[in-house]
Design a protein around this ligand. Structure first.
Ligand code: ADP
Length: 251
């Protein structure tokens, strides 16, 4: 079975300071379908948004973000498990930081746990450990973490489900004539040098972190597919029917 990593951006499952349970359930239904065809590893954001549903403090300040992530992470996993249970499945949490991938030992331990979970039919759910991965909270979202997970946990493909339905030749939220690129083989340096703008207030990565993830994967002979996490039809067609009807394939 092919192994894939699916990365879910915060807005896909949350709106402002609330989890969007309808989109959440659709996503989990999709993941359980994928689990029939692939070995699936999930990387999920939205711990801070989940924390905001429980505690009303300013999410812009760093220490508050850590507190919100600490409250939100177990809640987020519990919601995943509530939905997964409807499909007879279970998820398990793996918290990592970028630094874990600097250590061969740590990477191997994490991979062993993930391999065993997959063998048991359990969905490994990865997030960054926000209490220690301070830079990740500020800059990275989970785009680089999911690229490392794809490479080091030996998956073939990273699927990023985002608030944007692909990579465009210019920022689609600023230019109405921006065109989506269907396939990208090479990441141009100039694409990485634009200022980081995200789709909304609580998106942190923007397109640049996704392009950096794609660059890393292309250099390591892996693929990445960027598609909408709001309307899952493009990701479904790509992964379940081998048809590309949208999104951007980096290969
Ligand atoms: P996520 O939260 O899913 O990780 P982000 O909101 O951080 O996603 O990043 C995606 C956003 O990047 C898009 O909504 C869009 O506003 C912005 N963006 C800037 N330039 C581009 C581009 N060339 N192609 C696609 N999106 C772009």
């Amino acid at each position: 079975m092919q192994r894939i990593v699916v990365k879910v951006g915060s807005h896909v499952i949350s709106d402002e300071n609330l989890l969007n349970l309808k989109r959440f359930e659709n996503l989990v239904a999709f993941l359980t379908k994928l689990m029939q065809k692939y070995e699936v590893i999930l990387v999920t954001s939205a711990a801070i948004s989940a924390g905001c549903t429980k505690l009303h403090i300013d999410r812009k300040n760093l220490i508050n973000k850590q507190v919100l992530a600490a409250i939100g992470q177990p809640f987020l996993i519990s919601v995943y498990n509530e939905f997964l249970a409807k499909f007879g499945k279970m998820g398990g949490q793996i918290l990592l930081t970028g630094k874990d991938f600097d250590s061969r030992k740590a990477t191997k331990h994490a991979k062993n746990a993930i391999d065993a979970m997959i063998d048991l039919g359990i969905l490994p759910i990865i997030n960054e450990n926000d209490a220690t991965a301070i830079e990740e909270i500020v800059f990275g979202d989970n785009d680089s973490l999911s690229a490392y997970a794809t490479h080091f946990f030996e998956a073939d493909l990273l699927v990023i489900l985002s608030d944007i339905d692909g990579f465009y030749d210019k920022n689609p939220s600023e230019f109405s004539d921006a065109k989506r690129l269907e396939r990208v083989e090479f990441i141009k340096e100039e694409w990485l040098n634009v200022s980081v703008k995200t789709g909304s207030e609580h998106g942190t990565g923007g397109i640049v972190t996704k392009l950096k993830a794609a660059k890393f994967l292309l250099e390591n002979h892996k693929k990445m597919f960027l598609a909408s996490g709001f309307d899952l039809s493009v990701a479904k067609a790509f992964l379940l029917e081998n048809k590309q009807i949208g999104g951007t394939l980096f290969e």
